[in-house]
Ligand binder design. Structure first.
Ligand SMILES: C[S@@+](CC[C@H](N)C(=O)[O-])C[C@H]1O[C@@H](n2cnc3c(N)ncnc32)[C@H](O)[C@@H]1O
Length: 289
């Protein structure tokens, strides 16, 4: 079997959330999709990695990033055998409880058992954001499940692996739509939903910037970067039906005040709940009028 080589650009930094957000924004401005960033941390430091099939493209990112002169970030380049990488990262990923009801089980674990009374969601992801381990996903999933039985239609803005669509369906949604800017993520979401015998009525590749609002939904979830939540606030809110609810997530604690202020200014939106973790936060709103 031919072995492909992967080139990993590693950005190593302290666990200070301000440095982390600064690096994520910088990567986004360099055209790197959120879903292409692999985030890992140990006791001391955080690493954000981006993988490339050629050393030339990896070096380009390395060079561009270094030219930004962001303090406190070490930039490294590592070479991997693709097969080794694909099996190594799987070692650390075990089944876990995403919400009180949903148990995430990585597809590659054979004969994994789901605890009695829990709903399994079999998930495979090597290409899309949304393993469920990230706080931003967990917060969104929990807010969806909290509203179990209270909504019929659901829209997922930036679906990643499709994990939030699954939680919405498990929580009683009968009509779901989802989109993502990244065509690979859409494919991953399609496969994940199929493996779990779930159906998303509309699943498309689309940038929120170009998304055409054709209908409104009882519940909308948008787990996006702060820039997009702020820039597309009115469009995101217009997707919510009167009396419906909106979950926004992906907000670092540093950006909480800005997002809160931006959304509180929107007419007819009432904040029902704020979930705050070590680094990230999420909001639940109701559209009152
Ligand atoms: C933080 S991930 C959330 C994934 C999943 N919904 C979850 O909660 O785990 C953000 C997702 O939004 C997608 N995305 C980023 N910018 C977008 C945009 N402008 N329009 C649509 N999707 C976008 C990314 O590709 C990524 O899959």
């Amino acid at each position: 079997m031919s072995q492909k080589t992967l080139y990993e650009v590693i950005l190593r930094m302290s666990k200070d959330p301000v440095v982390g957000s600064c690096v994520r924004v910088a990567l986004s401005e360099l055209g790197i999709l959120f879903s292409d960033i692999v985030e890992q941390e140990d006791r001391k430091c955080r690493r954000l990695s981006v993988f490339y099939p050629t050393v030339k493209s990896a070096r380009q990112l390395q060079k561009k990033f270094l030219s930004l002169r962001i303090k406190g970030v070490k930039v490294l380049l590592r070479t991997h055998d693709q097969h080794d990488w694909e099996t190594r990262w799987k070692k650390g990923w075990k089944p876990f409880a995403l919400t009180p009801r949903v148990h995430v089980i990585p597809c590659f674990i054979e004969n994994a058992k789901c605890p009695v009374g829990k709903t399994p969601f079999y998930l495979d992801t090597t290409a899309a954001f949304g393993t469920g381990l990230h706080e931003t996903t967990r917060f969104s999933a929990q807010l969806i499940e909290m509203n179990q039985g209270k909504f019929k239609s659901f829209l997922d803005v930036g679906t990643g692996t499709g994990i939030l669509v699954a939680v919405a369906l498990f929580s009683g949604a009968s009509y779901t739509e989802a989109f993502d800017i990244d065509a690979d993520a859409v494919k991953v979401a399609q496969d994940n939903l199929k493996v779990n015998h779930l159906k998303c009525n509309v699943l498309a590749t689309c940038d929120v910037k170009h998304y055409k609002v054709r209908r409104s939904f009882d519940l909308v979830a948008a787990n996006l970067i702060t820039h997009d939540l702020v820039a597309f606030r009115d469009k995101i809110i217009s997707c919510v039906a009167p009396g419906g609810q909106l979950i926004i997530s992906g907000i670092s604690l540093k950006n909480m005040a800005l997002v809160k202020k931006t959304y509180n200014k929107a007419v007819g939106l009432k904040c029902l709940k704020v979930t705050q973790g070590k680094e990230w936060s999420a909001f639940l709103f109701r559209k009152v009028s």
